[in-house]
Design a protein around this ligand. Structure first.
Ligand code: NZQ
Ligand code: ZN
Length: 387
């Protein structure tokens, strides 16, 4: 078991109509609020009007139109400018992971005099950040309980996971009823994203029994509850369980004491969504089983056996490689069964830029240090197998 140093300072307020506590939470932080949101789903939900009503005594400046795979230019830059011009005290992010992630980069940029890209690209370490409160409306990323934000810069095809403990939200409101309207596509992609967050932590050299149990339960819960959410989008219990599964998935609590895995699927997916602006969870679902096949070896097979037996109930008496291959097939079949397109060609990606993307990943994501190291030729092979 490895040493660790862990603190998550985020307050979670979970359940039906918990946002009635929003004014009380916000009042303890500040009066001038930057309200950030995406393309309009919160207006359709009635959540925008509710927030405005609850915060009628606050001064609110708005940044709307934050896109999926949030963009440095214009969203981060506009948000930083608004914070500085209006002397903002606190950011209230209302939406999915993209809105939260963008708000985190804005929070750090608002307290920095130079180009915010210096922070996102780790050239400069932030000394301070504005506080963030959020109301998450899509179960997937876990951004409501972690200190990371993933920001895309279109002109350089960069998509960078920017992490800093300063970026933990102060408080996250999680009301599962706000996820009733999430489309089937985004529900399935959210499930695949959260499952992959767990898989990235599970497949490592050194793990504990406790963590394995947590993660196996997390994967099983996600699969059961995502199916229920797809069958009945207003199944409160299923939406609630899926929401919490996703919240836990990315904050490292599942892998305290484990050795690092290097998060290879995320490293590769970042290139797919940077070059082609695809849905993150779909890219992960496509890559994951191909990556699994690629790294299956005498070194890794015992982890696949544990995963196959404990998550999918595969007969432990079978040969190790048979269990491992069945587990990979089950992973693929599950994603396919919840309606995810399982080939890159299905999401508009052909072979033309595979070498370029593989080179970009090899240069920028450090996957040569992953548990099962990946070099440029491995990455290209995984992309090709995913076509
Ligand atoms: O823009 P609006 O109109 O709000 O619509 C969004 C968007 O079109 C819609 N949506 C959100 N809540 C809804 C809803 N539609 C109906 N009802 C609701 N309640 O869903 C669409 C996708 O939203 P988005 O925020 O992009 O999805 P998600 O939460 O999956 O976030 C994906 C982004 O998060 C990053 C990904 O790379 C990607 O950029 N990630 C962030 C992580 C983190 N912070 O720790 C970890 C993840 O690995 C991930 O990389
Ligand atoms: Zn992810």
């Amino acid at each position: 078991m490895q040493n660790f140093n862990y603190q998550t300072p985020t307050r979670l307020i979970f359940g039906k109509d918990v946002i009635r506590k929003l004014p009380e939470v916000m009042a303890s932080i500040g009066k001038k609020v930057l309200l950030t949101y995406g393309g309009g789903s919160i207006k359709k939900l009635g959540l925008y009007d509710r927030v405005k009503e609850l915060l009628k005594d606050f001064e609110i400046i708005e940044l709307s139109g934050i896109q999926p795979n949030p963009k440095y230019d214009p969203s981060v830059l506009d948000g930083v400018r608004l914070c500085k011009e209006n002397d903002i005290d606190v950011i209230l992010a209302v939406g999915g992971g993209s809105v939260l992630d963008c708000s985190k980069a804005i929070a750090a940029g608002a307290k920095y005099d130079g180009d915010p890209w210096d922070l996102i690209s780790y050239k400069v370490k932030a000394k301070a950040a504005l506080p963030i409160v959020d109301i998450i409306t899509l179960a997937a990323t876990g951004s409501e309980y972690d200190c990371g934000g993933v920001i895309s810069r279109t002109e350089t095809n960069d998509k960078i996971g920017y992490m800093d403990p300063l970026l933990y939200p102060v408080c996250s409101f999680l009301d599962p009823t706000y996820t009733f309207t999430v489309s089937k596509k985004q529900t399935a992609a959210g499930c695949a994203d959260a499952m992959n967050h767990i898989i990235e932590q599970y497949f490592c050299e050194d793990s504990t029994l406790l963590n394995d149990g947590f993660m196996e339960a997390g994967l099983k819960s996600l699969m059961v509850n995502a199916r229920k959410c797809l069958e009945d989008p207003e199944d409160y219990t299923a939406r609630a369980e899926m929401m919490l599964d996703c919240t836990y998935g990315c904050n490292a609590i599942y892998s305290l004491g484990n050795s690092q895995s290097g998060w290879p699927c995320h490293g590769m997916e970042h290139a797919l969504s940077a070059y082609y602006d695809i849905t993150h969870g779909e890219g992960l679902a496509i890559i994951t089983p191909r990556w699994m096949k690629h790294i299956l070896s005498d070194k890794t097979v015992s982890r696949f056996v544990k995963y196959g037996v404990n998550v999918f109930g595969i007969d432990s008496a079978l040969d190790d490689y048979e269990i491992a291959n069945k587990a990979i097939d089950e992973t693929y079949s599950f994603f396919e069964s919840i309606g995810i397109p399982m080939h890159l060609k299905d999401v508009g990606i052909d072979e033309s830029r595979i070498d370029e993307m593989a080179h970009h990943v090899a240069e920028n994501e450090g996957l040569e240090n992953a548990w099962s190291p990946l070099y440029e030729n491995d990455i290209a092979a995984i992309f090709t197998a995913s076509l």
